[in-house]
Design a protein around this ligand. Structure first.
Ligand code: NG1
Ligand code: ZN
Length: 542
């Protein structure tokens, strides 16, 4: 049995809050920052175990709570290829976080070593970073204590966006291999994106400036850095980039505010046809919007980015002569607007996979295509190229100048797009490059299809776990009879669609509804929310 003396000694500083149960969810652990010390310490232990299990490959630890309010924080692990932690390990994170005493923690640590056949003498390597939240410094101390106690080699990358940390993890683990991903530095990230963007633009220009709201988070300073590498070929105006007042983070601004409120941040002056975008607090989500000529707010969300990217990539596939080798597919969740789904199937004639909510599900499904485009409606997503697709794009011998031009753009896009995880900065440049190629304004982008009016409602119930969803979360298997009632309501509305599912990140059930008109969408959402409330109350007993 391994000696856990050092682990227990350090752990004594970070007792688990009594009567708290933690769960490594779709976005790692996320909650009020003052509850997280023990959780982050234990995630540090798991990072060490994960690295040892994978023969000393480097694991990433990101301290962030993304779009949550400033007083929250969170922590998530990054696997060697820059992907999210393998799902089967989430339970170990949950078990470690919930060990009630130091003694129980030590026993569990040894049990994991034994059960997972981890060799203790293999080195452990970890890199970590954080967003701009005030609580980040304390949590970094907890993490470092765990890494010291386990003899882990580590590097602190300070403040980074979540996707930048994913990028670095992949660069480190692919260094000196044929899959080398880029220079292992923050500068390397900007250089890679900027070089690819310049190639992708091919001397084309975007129409007017794009104004980017950075949610007063880490995306602000990082976008300023990126702009320095772009040589002025695109006009980016940066707003809400104040990281010195942590209380302003995600407050009345940012991608989540704009998406859920369906309006621009009150601080933004959005003039007719101004192209605007908002990032979230750790810059892994982006959505676009503008005001049309009647000054009506128009949202261009993750579904729009997915359709724009899929149509452009399909065009490039055809133009380069590689259509056969590059089968493109789109991955969505039940939250995708029905009009986008129809547009992809009918107009773009591309296959769609619908998965559970949570980017890890979309990411895995996207890997089934040669080019898999995945986005959640909230703006989190990217494009994955399979190894075979990358090879075809890199080695194909073009048969005409037109094929050559399309191929070069494809090659640039494989470098521009962050293939580890959704990345707001990379997605920003991707959208700008596509709009430049198409010569489109936001209005023209919007015209591709008309969104069905929709409404998302959060319903608080005593026990969200009684709501069990099936069929990519589009139907409720439990409580008995609930789905039948939802179906009956949906049937009353023209072009109606609605579903309810338990949130993976909040103690609530989310109800989504869309229908032919705004009034109907609101009405349907309210009816279904009432059904959920009714079932929740009866069985929950409060
Ligand atoms: P939950 O709380 O499970 O609905 C939310 C988002 C997801 C995803 C995760 C992680 C919606 C409706 N849900 O999940 O898309 O981004 O947070 O951040 O936006
Ligand atoms: Zn985020």
């Amino acid at each position: 049995m391994a000696s856990t003396d050092k682990i227990l000694e350090a752990s004594a500083k970070y007792p688990k809050p009594a009567e708290r149960q933690f769960q490594y969810g779709t976005a790692g652990f996320r909650m009020k920052a003052n509850l997280l010390n023990s959780v982050v310490y234990r995630v540090g232990l798991l990072a060490a175990l994960r690295s040892k299990k994978l023969n000393g490959q480097t694991i990433g630890v990101m301290i962030t709570a993304s779009h949550n309010p400033p007083e929250d924080n969170g922590v998530k692990l990054v696997d060697p290829m820059g992907e999210m932690l393998e799902a089967s390990w989430e339970q170990y994170a949950t078990q470690l976080a919930n060990a009630e005493s130091d003694d129980a923690l030590g026993k569990l640590y040894n049990k994991l070593l034994a059960d997972l056949k981890i060799k203790e003498d293999v080195p452990a390597r970890v890199i970590y970073a954080r967003d701009t939240r005030a609580s980040g410094a304390t949590l970094v101390t907890c993490l470092k204590d765990a890494l010291d106690a386990t003899g882990t080699e580590y590097t602190d990358y300070g403040y980074l966006t979540t996707p930048q940390l994913h990028y670095l993890v992949r660069c480190i683990n692919t260094k000196d291999t044929q899959y080398a991903y880029g220079d292992i530095s923050e500068k390397g990230y900007y250089e890679k994106l900027a070089a690819a963007f310049k190639l992708a633009m091919k001397g084309k220009t975007t129409k007017g400036a794009v104004t980017v709201d950075c949610a007063n988070g880490v995306g602000g300073p990082k976008l300023h850095e990126l702009v320095k590498h772009l040589d002025g070929i695109i006009d980016i105006k940066i707003v809400n980039d104040d990281v010195l007042k942590p209380e302003t983070l995600n407050s009345q601004c940012g991608a989540d505010f704009v998406k859920t409120q369906q309006r621009a941040p009150p601080s933004s002056k959005v003039g007719p046809n101004d192209r605007c975008a908002s990032l979230d607090g750790d810059a892994d989500r982006i959505i676009f919007y503008f005001a049309d000529k009647d000054n009506t707010f128009r949202l261009l969300d993750g579904d729009r980015i997915a359709t724009l990217a899929a149509s452009f990539l399909a065009d490039l596939g055809r133009q380069s002569g590689l259509a056969e080798q590059l089968k493109i597919g789109v991955v969505q969740t039940a939250y995708a607007n029905g009009a986008s789904t129809q547009y992809i199937e009918k107009s773009l004639q591309l296959p769609i996979i619908c998965t559970n909510t949570g980017v890890k599900y979309l990411h895995h499904a996207a890997a089934r295509f040669d080019i898999g485009v995945y986005f959640e409606a909230n703006g989190h997503g990217t494009v994955l190229f399979s190894p075979a697709a990358l090879k075809a794009i890199a080695t194909y011998d073009p048969k005409s100048p037109a094929q050559k031009a399309a191929l070069e753009t494809l090659q640039a896009l494989t470098e521009l797009i962050n293939q580890t995880v959704g990345d707001a900065l990379s997605d920003l440049l991707l959208v700008e490059a596509i709009l430049a190629h198409k010569g489109w304004t936001c209005q023209e982008w919007l015209l591709t299809y008309t969104d069905l009016p929709n409404r998302l409602v959060k319903v608080e119930v005593p026990d969200r776990n009684m709501f069990q969803a099936v069929d990519a979360e589009r139907k409720l298997a439990k409580p008995d009879g609930a789905q039948k009632e939802i179906d009956r309501e949906v049937g009353k509305f023209s072009m109606g669609r609605s579903f309810a599912r338990a949130s993976g990140t909040e103690d609530a059930v989310r109800v989504y509804a869309e229908a032919a008109t705004r009034t109907e969408a609101d009405g349907l959402a309210n009816q279904v929310a009432n059904i959920v409330r009714g079932f929740g109350t009866v069985v929950g007993g409060t």
